[in-house]
Design a protein around this ligand. Structure first.
Ligand code: NAG
Ligand code: NAG
Ligand code: NAG
Length: 240
């Protein structure tokens, strides 16, 4: 039942995103949608997908079945934001939604933008599909920080890399959307599973939607293994 429900949520999401996205032609318009679904795989794909190696059709065929992180390792409360986005006692800010959001500051910022009290009620995102997709679309369309591209702009090619971006190996395309949304938990670590699993889901959906994986572009566009994160999680250590 859970599986069916999430499948329906995803389909509705596709319709919504397809209709709000006015970029380019149809095959291009489909792409952000596909990425959005794929992004559900996040850093630890196992938390979101219910397929497994010996399942019929292979693991990818089962897609993303969960609307929340299945085994969160923490409550994702960052005290640095205690003045702007204070954690509500007892609330947990683990990954939830169609394009998962994590951490009090993300729930806080998205709640502010959408006028939803997500700091007190992060669980709305796993209980209400409308909110889940509002949050996902907002996250997709808005940059993490001023001066950085949104995942959407990086994906459809609206974004023009600066010299810094080029030096950091960030170029328009799928790899950079992973950089924006997941940073160094996925990117800049070479050819790691966390990244490759997301790419595999992306390619699977490209095929499924008739776009074709060969349209996804060359390896350097598809991956972010060599990219420097836009927003590194820790201050870089002094060069050693
Ligand atoms: C869609 O747009 C892209 C980029 O603008 C172009 O390369 C491609 O040929 C277009 N496809 C169709 C079917 O018009
Ligand atoms: C889900 O969220 C939407 C948007 O905030 C709201 O209009 C709707 O009433 C909510 N549905 C339920 C069942 O709470
Ligand atoms: C380019 O990167 C350097 C080093 O990270 C930084 O100090 C500088 O502000 C960046 N320039 C721009 C225009 O982002």
């Amino acid at each position: 039942m859970g599986f069916l429900r999430i499948g329906i949520i995803l389909l509705i999401g596709i319709a919504i995103i397809g209709s709000v996205n006015g970029d380019e032609n149809e095959s291009f318009r489909k792409r952000p949608t596909i990425v959005k679904m794929v992004k559900g795989t996040k850093m630890c794909v196992k938390d979101w997908e219910c397929g497994y190696g010996v399942a019929t059709g292979g693991p990818l065929a089962w897609g993303l079945c969960y609307n929340k992180e299945m085994s969160p390792s923490q409550d994702y409360c960052d005290d640095y934001f205690k003045l702007t986005y204070p954690c509500t006692p007892g609330a947990q800010y683990y990954g939830r939604g169609a394009l998962p959001i994590y951490w009090n500051y993300n729930y806080g910022a998205i709640g502010e933008a959408l006028k939803l009290n997500l700091l007190d009620h992060p669980e709305y995102i796993e209980q209400n599909a409308t909110m889940a997709f509002q949050a996902a679309i907002w996250r997709w369309m808005n940059p993490m920080k001023k001066g950085q591209p949104s995942a959407h702009d990086a994906f459809v090619g609206n974004w023009k890399p600066t010299k810094n971006d080029t030096l950091s190996k960030r170029l328009p395309g799928f790899g950079t959307t992973m950089n924006i949304l997941y940073g160094d938990s996925v990117c800049g670590q070479g050819d790691v599973d966390a990244m490759n699993n997301i790419i595999s889901h992306f390619q699977y959906y490209l095929d499924l939607m008739g776009v074709g994986r060969e349209e996804a572009g060359p390896h350097e566009v598809l991956t972010c293994g060599d990219q420097k994160a836009f927003n590194p999680t820790a201050a870089p250590a002094a060069a050693s």
